[in-house]
Design a protein around this ligand. Sequence first.
Ligand SMILES: Cc1cc2nc3c(=O)[nH]c(=O)nc-3n(C[C@H](O)[C@H](O)[C@H](O)COP(=O)(O)O)c2cc1C
Length: 157
Amino acid sequence: MNIGIVVHSQTGNTLSVAERLREKLAAAGHAVALERLEAEGEVRPGVRDVRLKSVPDVEAYDAVVLGSPVHAFALSVAMQAYLRQVPSLAGKRVACFVTQFFPFAWMGGHHALRQMARACQAKGATVCGTGVVNWSRRNRDQRIAAVVDRVSRCLSS
Ligand SMILES: Cc1cc2nc3c(=O)[nH]c(=O)nc-3n(C[C@H](O)[C@H](O)[C@H](O)COP(=O)(O)O)c2cc1C
């Protein structure tokens, strides 16, 4: 399968999970491209007119993974902007994950994932799986492995 991972990451946490996922999917024989969202100017909660340097085109991919940090109990505004601007996700199998600092998913992670899943479905995608990595948890590495595993299974099944 041809899989695209589109990630927004400011301090590298979400990117590191995306890289783990890329390694796992590539080891399973998939062709995987990782594309990073970058914005012009500052990305912070409340900024509405985020301008992305580019809007990765996912047309060529069979499946797409989207990864984002949680900002102010919501999806990062850069990922929100991407999901407004991507022309279509029709017919794509999509998996979504977020990373957040706080230890429990109800502290922003669940809300951000709901926003992400709704936006993907509005663009015609089938969301097959989601995951939250809580960065301040002591068992973070296990949680990363579990999210990577869940996402790669849902794309391959
Ligand atoms: C502006 C801002 C707002 C944040 N808001 C939250 C939040 O509401 N809940 C939370 O758990 N973490 C919050 N965080 C922490 C990030 O979600 C967390 O550090 C994440 O893993 C960063 O991912 P990145 O390194 O890929 O940018 C916030 C970070 C920033 C910079």
